[in-house]
Design a protein around this ligand. Structure first.
Ligand SMILES: C[S@@+](CC[C@H](N)C(=O)[O-])C[C@H]1O[C@@H](n2cnc3c(N)ncnc32)[C@H](O)[C@@H]1O
Length: 216
């Protein structure tokens, strides 16, 4: 199987290295009730999604697509060749996928999008690449569009287990809600920050940003 490029912003050695295999990653996601999380995100933050054109950066195996309506026009980017190969095999008949890391993304010829998703990506990116991510998202959106991010976070008085889970992540850049927001604000004029405890009934605190292309 092709190996993901070496990326020091993401831990790919030891036990976390096996998460690079799509089947292992998806099994782990199943144990973590990722579909519960996707459902919550779709209903609470992304809806209405019918007929929408969606760009998913850091799409992984694109498992969220299993919960999106058939009429969405979905384009996924990820730096892992193995995840993209898996996504193409499973969803290639209804979506387009590209194997690129954020800094190499070229959106020419793809048109504008209604929604840009970066679910679980920001905490894998250093500040410079995170800023690039928001710039790419901003430029990819229609004026009425928004960008959605969701990441593990560190907050004061966080319970021990939730903090440990955030710190054990493959991504080396788990940040406070303030730090995530600060980077987004370099690009987006208007955004909402949501800190959610026990995301999909697991002991994890998540930080969600909903960033609007135009000031609200
Ligand atoms: C926590 S996973 C989330 C995957 C997917 N969004 C999901 O919800 O299951 C983070 C994803 O970001 C990808 N990734 C990490 N760094 C990246 C980068 N610099 N450019 C593009 N993708 C990256 C990884 O390959 C991985 O698929």
């Amino acid at each position: 199987m092709a190996k993901a490029p070496d990326n020091s912003d993401q831990i790919s050695s030891g036990i976390r290295g096996i998460l690079g295999r799509p089947e292992v990653y998806l099994f782990f996601q199943f144990l973590m009730n990722s579909h519960g999380k996707y459902r919550m995100c779709i209903e609470r933050f992304l809806a209405p999604v019918n007929g929408k054109k969606i760009l998913d950066i850091g799409c992984g195996c694109a498992d969220i697509l299993a919960l999106l309506p058939r009429d969405v026009d979905y384009v996924g980017f990820d730096m892992s060749p193995a995840y993209i190969a898996y996504a193409r095999k499973r969803f290639g008949h209804r979506a387009r996928f590209f194997n690129r890391r954020v800094s190499d993304i070229d959106l020419q010829n793809l048109g504008l999008f209604d929604i840009v998703i970066a679910d679980g990506l920001l905490h894998h990116l250093n500040d410079a690449e995170a800023r690039d991510l928001f710039r790419i998202g901003f430029c990819a959106l229609h004026d009425s569009g928004f960008m959605f991010t969701a990441d593990p976070t560190l907050v004061e008085n966080q319970d021990f287990i939730s903090r440990r889970i955030s710190l054990m992540d493959r991504g080396r850049h788990v940040r406070s809600p303030n730090a995530y927001q600060k980077i987004a604000k370099l690009v987006f004029p208007s955004l909402e920050v949501h800190v959610i405890n026990n995301v999909s009934n697991r002991p994890q605190t998540g930080c969600i940003l909903k960033c609007y292309k135009l000031s609200k």
